[in-house]
Design a protein around this ligand. Structure first.
Ligand SMILES: NC(=O)c1ccc[n+]([C@@H]2O[C@H](COP(=O)([O-])OP(=O)(O)OC[C@H]3O[C@@H](n4cnc5c(N)ncnc54)[C@H](O)[C@@H]3O)[C@@H](O)[C@H]2O)c1
Length: 250
């Protein structure tokens, strides 16, 4: 049987690295993409079914070169996981245009560019796109004017992709992780924020990278062959409980 190939962005650490490892466990090969070359080299060192490619997903020329190199190395792409993301939280008044663009260029432009550049390869394999948004794209909250807006846009972008690419057999789905203790989250989650999340999440804890990866890999697999245009929150129940008044708990 032909071995399937996944392209995972932001694969040097966190959710992207966990997704890479799970793909490999399930018999896939992985093109690991990250702009942090040092961390990517360390992450890829012991993964013999993976190959590292140092590129920045927010730069159109780099994305084109990345897709050319991955296609030359592997000959096919069956799944694309648009996971690379940056978190930069701040009040609206302190979000200058440079900060806004820094978030948008990776979180939104990067998803658009990588999806568009890999679409010809995905048409050939009738492959799958999985875009990583966030619970911050489903529920508004303070300090996330750029991050939350970028993630809400990724949710809509996924639906646009599902609508337009379905006739080519390409599925597009979106995963919205709740809080996971990665480097990204720890840079913006204070002890108070961590405690508040525990309180507001029905499962009462942060998720793990592996728990998010399980949903991503499922959506890329043939087991999800009739699923497209969907937004799946892997968030311990945070989104489904709305304001979740603590006073109403038993
Ligand atoms: N950790 C959480 O709590 C959480 C919650 C919701 C959503 N998410 C989303 O999950 C995704 C992964 O997050 P994580 O927590 O694993 O983050 P992380 O910071 O641990 O890893 C992100 C990786 O992406 C890479 N990256 C960033 N910008 C890039 C670019 N322009 N080009 C190439 N590589 C780039 C970084 O170098 C890093 O290795 C992100 O999209 C994030 O917004 C995370």
């Amino acid at each position: 049987m032909t071995q399937k190939v996944a392209l995972v962005t932001g694969a040097a650490r966190g959710i992207g690295l966990a997704t890479t490892k799970l793909f490999i466990e399930e018999g896939w090969k992985v093109a690991m993409i990250d702009r942090d070359g040092d961390e990517l080299a360390v992450a890829a060192k012991d993964l013999d079914q993976a190959q590292a490619f140092v590129f920045d997903v927010s730069i159109p020329e780099q994305v084109d070169q990345m897709v050319a190199e991955v296609t030359a190395a592997f000959g096919r792409i069956d799944a694309v996981v648009n996971n690379a993301g940056v978190a930069d939280f701040g009040p609206i008044a302190e979000t200058d245009f440079a900060r806004w663009r820094r978030v948008m260029e990776t979180n939104l432009d990067g998803v658009f560019l990588v999806s568009q550049a890999t679409t010809p390869a995905l048409k050939e394999t009738k492959g799958a796109l999985v875009n990583i948004a966030s619970i911050s794209g489903l529920r508004a909250s303070t300090l996330r004017v750029a991050y939350g807006t970028s993630k809400a846009a990724v949710i809509q972008l996924t639906k646009q992709q599902a609508a337009e690419l379905g006739e080519h057999g390409i599925r597009a789905n979106c995963v919205c992780p709740g809080p996971v203790r990665t480097k990204l989250a720890m840079a913006v989650h204070s002890p108070e924020i961590i405690a508040a999340y525990h309180d507001a999440i029905p499962l009462n804890r942060y998720g793990s990278e592996r728990e998010i990866a399980e949903v991503i890999v499922f959506l890329c697999s043939d087991r999800a062959s009739y699923v497209t245009g969907q937004v799946v929150a892997a968030d311990g129940g945070f989104d489904s409980t709305g304001v979740g008044l603590p006073a109403l708990r038993v």
